[in-house]
Write a protein that binds this ligand. Structure first.
Ligand code: ATP
Ligand code: MG
Length: 568
């Protein structure tokens, strides 16, 4: 052959290398001996810039171009002319089936085939896209295999990174969206709570105002009826049942205003530290009596329950209201369970808060969510006219508020309802319970004398005067603080002051009482009010306060008069 190695022409670095290569140890033998078919393939691949190799003969002697040399890494140039197996032993298991196929005459193609190579002195995860094609000699027999390949490691890694990034991003976005949703959710809940609180507040103001006026009217009625009863003993007086009906109407009205005022927190309250367990035990007979035969009350009263600071009248009313609701929810009878226990709550790293939990549970008809959302509104009732006034739960709500506690409600239709009062632990010793039926301790007979009555409402003043007179007092009435101080300065005979706390003008009854005490330290002062705010500035036990409306008995008791002894 004249130019035997012409097929190396234009073969780049590898082509040049081939010209000078020592082929003695190669299964391919010297290029001069290569058959035309091999020369054609070598010429083709050497002139391509696409990575290519050819594996030839029984031993698969290996020849490649410049681009493939880069793929070989440190295996080049030792790989030139070597056996395919010796070059790529580490990936042989992966590629030998494909080589066998090619050598059996079947072309193959693989995309992104993962291969764990060792071409730079360390194991390396790589990916390749390639085709193996059989090469035939003139007789048509397969004598070698040809490969065009491209390394896709960078692409695969980039795609994988991108996918991971995508997933991370998606997850982050999902998390962020979820968090954001939560945050809105929270905002909406907070808004709803605020709106509810504002609604309750304005309802409270409204009902408080109405109840206050109504209360004054009742005070007039109540005192009037009592006076009539006491004085009209003549035959011409109305029959006793008229008085009886009037008194019942008054007592119902008084009950309603009491609920309203409790809800609006405008009733004077008398908080004291009590043993709730003993108190509930004391209520048992009253509850059994008012709930009817087919209702059983079960009390689970915990051991060592802490004292709470409450107005006992309001507490009893709240428990009674809850039990009456439970009874109404179980028309065919059932069990009411009253549970009392201590609870400690830990919020954040602040100190543990200590509460007493009082719950009243029934197995009655339960409430729909719509009903549940409105039950603390005054006048909301699902009961028939005359059966419910919708003031029970508002009273319970007001009681919880005035006791610095909370009321919560769980209910499911057809399953039952549980209302829970959570009241703060009192740090004071509980006061002793007066045994049932015992007379009030305050029975000392006061010296009847001269009372200075301070009251701006003409009608209330007139009735109070009558009540005081009927108890044997001489009464001087003044309409305001200035007149009161004037009367005291002028008269040496006044033995006691009986004053309303709410006054028109700047000075309150409380300020008046303090001024009187400063000027005349030994002069007894009794205050009265229908408004809790009015007594709010007062220090504990500073003055005796008689809540309005008051009965003759209550007034007598506040003045230290024992009516029972009086009658004898
Ligand atoms: N234990 C309960 N089970 C089912 N529904 C209840 C229960 N307690 C209260 N309710 C519902 O809440 C409404 C309001 O109760 P609330 O005690 O304030 O008023 P009332 O019982 O209707 O009337 P009042 O208590 O003034 O006689 C009731 O009409 C009833 O629909
Ligand atoms: Mg009720």
């Amino acid at each position: 052959m004249s130019q035997p190695l012409e097929f190396f022409a234009g073969g780049g670095n590898v082509g040049a290398l081939m010209r000078t290569h020592n082929w003695s140890s190669s299964p391919l033998g010297p290029p001069e001996s290569w058959p035309q078919s091999l020369r054609a393939v070598v010429s083709l691949l050497l002139q391509s810039r696409f990575p290519m190799f050819v594996a030839w003969g029984k031993d698969l002697g290996f020849l490649y171009n410049d681009s493939y040399a880069e793929i070989l890494g440190a295996k080049h140039p030792r790989a030139l002319g070597s056996r395919f197996y010796d070059i790529w032993s580490e990936i042989w298991a992966d590629i030998s089936p494909l080589i066998d196929a090619a050598m059996a005459g079947q072309a193959t193609y693989r995309e992104d085939l993962p291969l764990l190579m060792n071409r730079k002195g360390y194991d390396e995860q790589t990916w390749f896209t390639f085709s193996y094609s059989p090469v035939r000699d003139e007789s048509g027999q397969v004598v070698g295999m040809f490969c065009a390949c491209t390394e896709t490691t960078q692409k695969v890694l980039a795609l994988r990174g991108l996918r991971e990034l995508n997933e991370t991003l998606e997850r982050r976005v999902e998390e962020a969206v979820a968090e954001q949703m939560d945050h809105q959710e929270k905002l909406r809940t907070a808004e709803a709570a605020l709106r509810q609180a504002q609604k309750m507040e304005s309802l409270g103001q409204l009902t408080g105002g109405v109840a206050h006026d109504f209360n004054n009217l009742l005070a007039v009625f109540a005192s009037g009826v009592q006076l009539l009863e006491r004085t009209a003993k003549a035959a011409t007086a109305p029959p006793p049942r008229v008085f009886e009906a009037m008194r019942r109407a008054i007592s119902r009205g008084t009950g309603l205003t009491r609920h309203l005022l409790a809800f609006s927190r405008r009733r004077p309250v008398n908080p004291e530290s009590i043993d709730i367990v003993a108190h509930l035990q004391g209520m048992r007979a009253m509850l059994d009596g008012s709930l009817g035969g087919n209702i059983e009350v079960q009390m689970n009263l915990g051991e060592g329950v802490w004292p709470i600071e409450v107005d006992t009248g309001e507490l009893e009313l709240a428990v009674l209201n809850l039990c009456l609701n439970a009874r109404d929810a179980m028309p065919d009878g059932g069990v009411i369970t009253i549970n009392v226990e201590n609870v400690e709550t830990h919020s954040g790293d602040s100190e543990a808060a200590e509460y007493v939990k009082i719950s009243v549970a029934d197995t009655g008809q339960g409430m729909t969510p719509e009903v549940k959302a409105r039950v603390f509104e005054p006048f909301f009732t699902t009961k028939d006219v005359g059966k419910g006034s919708g003031l029970g739960l508002p009273q319970v709500y007001g009681f919880a508020q005035q006791s610095s506690g909370q009321v919560t409600l769980d209910s499911a239709v057809g399953i039952g309802t549980i209302v829970t009062l959570t009241l703060p632990r009192s740090l004071h010793e509980p006061v002793a319970q007066p045994a049932e039926g015992e007379l009030p301790a305050k029975v000392a007979t006061a010296r009847r004398g001269h009372v200075l009555l301070v009251e701006d409402d003409r009608e209330v003043a007139a009735l109070s005067r009558e009540l005081l007179v009927s108890l044997g007092f001489v009464v001087t009435h003044v309409a305001g603080p200035d007149a009161a101080l004037g009367a005291l300065a002028n008269s040496r005979q006044i033995d006691m002051v009986f004053s309303d706390i709410m006054m028109p003008g700047g000075v309150s009854g409380l300020q008046l009482a303090r001024e009187i005490r400063r000027r005349y330290p030994n002069l007894p002062v009794l205050l009265t009010t229908g408004y809790v705010e009015a007594a709010a500035d007062m220090e504990d036990g500073e003055f005796d306060v008689l809540p309005k409306p008051f009965t003759l008995e209550a007034l007598a008791e506040a003045l230290g008069i024992d009516l029972i002894q009086d009658v004898r």
